[in-house]
Design a protein around this ligand. Structure first.
Ligand SMILES: *[C@@H]1O[C@H](CO)[C@@H](O)[C@H](O)[C@H]1NC(C)=O
Ligand SMILES: *[C@@H]1O[C@H](CO)[C@@H](O)[C@H](O)[C@H]1NC(C)=O
Length: 147
């Protein structure tokens, strides 16, 4: 579906002759997102998980990119979408976000094994400085005991 969207946007941009920089593919973005220091998806009034390593994994678990949350537990991604599409075998629904730093790092009462995982959700596209960006966000982080 996301691939169809890219094609649609490409055709639309061509039709409207918008000033898209030549030779650039759309940007894949995960908007600034919060990682909770908790097991559940309900992140209201949850402390943040700072310095947590977050991976974007696509397809059969390929690590496409990796970043770290800041002191407020916030991370984001901005990547060339071609790389993401290739790893995801064209289906961005095959991508998810995985926090690999153990939860015990942010709270000693939380597990030392397992990961927080979230599917990604497409929320729209933006046109910024001649680049199309496909914007995603985490659907909600949940604890998984397997890595
Ligand atoms: C999330 O937590 C808040 C505060 O504890 C609670 O009021 C709310 O009902 C919870 N929401 C869900 C969807 O569990
Ligand atoms: C973390 O990043 C977010 C989004 O960029 C920003 O609003 C926030 O101020 C940052 N927190 C710290 C402590 O740098």
């Amino acid at each position: 579906m996301a691939l169809k969207l890219v094609l649609f946007v490409t055709v639309m941009v061509a039709a409207l002759e918008l000033p898209i920089a030549k030779g650039t593919s759309p940007v894949f973005e995960v908007q600034p997102s919060f990682v909770p220091c908790s097991l559940g998806a309900n992140v209201t009034a949850t402390p943040p998980f700072p310095n947590a390593q977050v991976q974007l994994r696509c397809g059969a678990g390929n690590v496409v990119a990796s970043t770290t949350t800041n002191a407020s537990g916030v991370f984001s991604f901005s990547l060339d979408s071609t790389r993401v599409f290739l790893s995801a075998k064209a289906h961005l629904s095959n991508c998810n976000l995985v926090v690999i730093t153990p939860l015990s790092t942010c709270s000693s009462t939380l597990p030392a094994v397992g990961v927080l995982e979230s599917p990604i959700q497409f929320i729209g596209f933006s046109l910024l400085r001649g680049h199309i960006a496909l914007i995603f966000r985490p659907l909600g982080f949940r604890y998984s005991s397997s890595t």
